[in-house]
Write a protein that binds this ligand. Structure first.
Ligand SMILES: *Cc1c(COP(=O)(O)O)cnc(C)c1O
Length: 398
């Protein structure tokens, strides 16, 4: 990861197709396009590859999450359970609809803790949204059971784990809805873009219309289409879809390169008694986009993280001190810093965050180091890196 490391002829060819006929929009202009429908083609291939009945491409992963929630009828005052460790997009997407993000502790899977999830359910809860962080996944069977028992919608965010599977099924196709991102730093990229996956006919139709001003997409004259309900513009362009198409066809190749590089580093660290690895739920197979491990305590993790940086081991993150991915640094959320007035429901619904502590999440994120696995490394480079990392950890722990 990310897929842009290996851009080449395939991406260029798909992009040229679009520029050659000049239709940059995904809908309409049938006569001009010479048969090129990159967004439609990418949706078909996503459905096949990720084993979902329907895929709806949209403008970003953040938009995909908002659209998935809207498609399931979730909005003002509804509560959505999400983990304390994720990208800021998760709560942004929930709040855009006037819904309330309920943050819940994670465990050693680095995703939703099952007991904490159960305890967070109230009469207002409408959905549970596991975020499959850093190439691995939440315990989806357990979450499915909770959703079934409480009549809740399960929305997977697999933006960081496209290519990973759970019990043989691609992530994103297991919940009622799945979301993925094709932004510039993801395993397959379109530059910007995202997708909503679902096996539910109604959710799909809702996502399709909602992401294009409520257009019903019946017939081939946009001017005469009806609007069964309000929507917005979250469309992807043909230029982005073209690049995404070339990249999706390389997903297996990318996962296998990552697996090879990941394994070399993991093997080098697995002999160190102070190192433990993130738990992958039974039946899960990672996308190998990151290698995640725990050190004995926060202080050691901080020292190892700095020593990595000082010694040229780049792209390893200690999320406890990073302001994008963990609750600890989300002051703008805790203090509700918005440009515009929030509804009383959201203000009241988020008041709990002002002084809530997440001791269990701190216990895992404080000790975690998450190393990005690159596609462009050559074997020699990975081996040297692995030895260097092991030496630094051994030295810090001794
Ligand atoms: C990248 C990401 C998103 C948002 O995707 P964008 O395409 O950048 O809007 C959402 N969730 C997670 C977990 C992500 O990593």
């Amino acid at each position: 990861m990310p897929g842009f490391e290996l851009f080449g002829e395939l991406e260029r060819k798909e992009l040229s197709d679009v520029l050659d006929n000049g239709v940059l929009m995904r809908y309409g202009f049938d006569a001009m396009r010479n048969g090129h429908w990159k967004a439609k083609e990418l949706e078909k291939e996503l459905e096949n590859k990720l084993k979902a009945k329907h895929a709806q491409l949209v403008s970003s992963g953040t938009a995909a999450v908002s659209i998935a929630l809207a498609a399931a009828g979730i909005g003002a005052g509804d509560e959505v359970i999400m983990p304390t460790f994720t990208f800021v997009a998760s709560f942004e997407a929930i709040m855009m609809l006037g819904a309330i993000p309920i943050l819940v502790d994670i465990d050693d899977t680095l995703t939703l803790d099952i007991e904490a999830t159960k305890n967070a359910i109230t009469l207002k809860t409408k959905a549970i949204m596991p975020i499959h962080m850093c190439g691995s996944m939440a315990n989806l069977d357990a979450l499915k059971e909770i959703c079934n028992a409480n009549n809740l919608v399960l929305i997977e965010d697999s933006s960081q784990a496209t290519g990973a599977t759970y019990k043989g099924k691609p992530l994103g196709s297991i919940g009622d809805l799945g979301c993925l991102s094709l932004d510039f730093v993801k395993i397959i990229t379109a530059g910007e873009g995202g997708a909503v996956l679902t096996n539910n006919e109604k959710f799909y139709r809702n996502a399709d219309h909602f992401s294009d001003h409520g257009h019903d997409h019946v017939g081939n004259d946009r001017g005469t289409e009806t609007h069964p309900f309000l929507g917005y513009n979250f469309r992807i362009s043909e230029l982005h879809a073209a690049v995404g198409l070339a990249q999706l066809r390389r997903l297996d190749e990318f996962v296998s390169i990552q697996k090879k590089n990941y394994s070399i580093i993991r093997d080098a660290l697995s002999g160190i008694p102070e190192v433990t690895f993130r738990t992958v739920p039974k039946g899960g197979e990672e996308s190998y986009s990151f290698l995640n491990f725990f050190l004995p305590d926060l202080d050691t993790a901080r020292k190892v993280s700095s020593a990595f940086k000082e010694n040229g081991i780049d792209a390893c993150f200690h999320y406890y001190d990073n302001n994008w991915h963990y609750i600890r640094k989300w002051e703008h959320l805790k203090n509700l810093k918005t440009l515009y007035p929030l509804s009383p429901e959201v203000k009241e619904g988020l008041a709990y965050l002002k002084d809530k502590t997440f001791v269990q999440s701190d216990h895992y994120i404080g000790r975690n180091i998450s190393c990005l696995i690159k596609l462009s490394w050559i074997e020699e480079e990975v081996k040297n890196r692995a030895i260097k990392m092991a030496n630094i950890i051994n030295k810090t722990c001794s």
